[in-house]
Design a protein around this ligand. Structure first.
Ligand code: NAP
Length: 250
C-alpha cells in the first residue's frame, strides 16, 4: 500500500475547511486518497480553492456551506453528503471561533456563540454522522480542541470552557462507540499561525513555547492524518494528542 492510497474509497467530512487548520487538514486527507467534503460557513471562494487544489492533484472533493452551530444545518449537511457519497468514514470537527474578553466584561452573546459552535457544533456533527458510522461498524472521529481546554486562559473563559467540554465529549463518545469499531480522539494544538491567532501578542506567547517557534497548520494536519489513516491508530481512542511545541506538559 502506498501512502497515497491509504484512504482510497473513504469519505472525510472536515468542518471549517475553507481556511487555516481545517484547510490544511482537508488538503492532507485529500492527498492520501480520501474524498473530502470541505465545509465552510462564509468563505465560499476559499472553500472552492481547497476543492480545486485537491482535484487538481488527482484527488476528489466538494464544498458544502453549513453553519455548524445550527443543528438543522448540520443535519442537512450530513444528508447532503450521504446522498453524494453513500458513507462517511472520517469526521474532523475543526470549525471554531474566538470571542475573547475578560469574564467580567464578557457579553452573554460572546459566551453563547463560542459554546454554540465550538462545543455544541461538535455534538451536532458527531450525532449526525454516528448513525452511519455505527451501521458501517467503522469510523474515525477527530475533534480539534486546544491546550487552553487543558489549562485555561485569562480572557478566554468561553473558549476554554468549550474546548474542555470537547475533551469530555471526546472521551464519552469514545467509550460509547468503541464496541462498534469507531475511534474518537482529540487533537490539542498550542499556538498555530492562522487568521485566528494573527492579532495575538506573539512575543509573549513565544516565550512560553519550549521549542521556540509557532506551529503550522500542516503539523496539525499530519497528526489528524495519523489518527484518521494509520493502521496503528485503530488502537488509539479517547485520547488527547497535544501538538504544542511543549507548551503544556504533564
Ligand atoms: P481560522 O483560521 O479562524 O479558521 C476557522 C474556520 O472555521 C474557517 O474555515 C471558517 O470558515 C470556519 N467557521 C467559522 N465559523 C463557522 C461556522 N459557524 N460553521 C462552519 N464553519 C465555520 O481558525 P483556525 O486557527 O484554523 O482554527 C481551527 C480550529 O483549531 C478551531 O477549532 C480552533 O479553536 C482550533 N485551534 C486553533 C489554534 C490556533 O492557534 N490557531 C489553537 C488551538 C486550537 P468560514 O471562513 O467559511 O466562516
Amino acid at each position: 500500500m502506498t501512502p497515497t492510497q491509504l484512504l482510497n474509497g473513504q469519505t472525510a467530512l472536515v468542518t471549517g475547511a475553507s481556511r487555516g487548520i481545517g484547510r490544511a487538514i482537508a488538503l492532507a486527507l485529500g492527498a492520501i486518497g480520501a474524498e473530502v467534503v470541505v465545509n465552510y460557513s462564509n468563505s465560499a471562494e476559499k472553500a472552492d480553492e481547497v476543492v480545486q487544489l485537491i482535484t487538481a492533484s488527482g484527488g476528489s472533493a466538494y464544498a458544502i456551506k453549513a453553519n455548524i452551530s445550527k443543528e438543522e444545518e448540520v443535519d442537512e449537511l450530513v444528508k447532503n453528503v450521504l446522498s453524494r457519497s453513500a458513507h462517511i468514514d472520517i469526521l474532523v470537527n475543526n470549525a471554531g471561533i474566538t470571542r475573547d474578553g475578560l469574564l467580567m466584561r464578557m457579553k452573554r452573546d460572546d459566551w453563547q456563540e463560542v459554546i454554540n459552535l465550538n462545543l455544541s457544533g461538535v455534538f451536532f456533527c458527531t450525532k449526525a454522522v454516528a448513525r452511519t458510522m455505527l451501521k458501517q461498524k467503522q469510523g474515525r472521529i477527530i475533534n480539534i480542541t486546544s491546550v487552553v481546554g487543558l489549562i485555561g486562559n485569562a480572557g478566554q473563559s468561553n473558549y476554554a470552557a468549550a474546548k474542555a467540554g470537547v475533551i469530555g465529549l471526546t472521551k464519552s463518545t469514545a467509550k460509547e462507540f468503541a464496541s462498534r469499531g469507531i475511534t474518537v480522539n482529540a487533537v490539542a494544538p498550542g499556538f498555530i499561525e492562522t487568521d485566528m491567532t494573527k492579532d495575538l501578542n506573539a512575543e509573549e506567547i513565544l516565550s512560553a513555547i519550549p521549542l521556540g517557534k509557532f506551529g503550522t497548520p500542516d503539523q496539525i494536519a499530519g497528526t489528524v492524518c495519523f489518527l484518521a489513516a494509520n493502521p496503528s491508530a485503530s488502537y488509539i481512542t479517547g485520547q488527547v494528542i497535544q501538538v504544542d511545541g511543549g507548551m503544556v506538559m504533564g
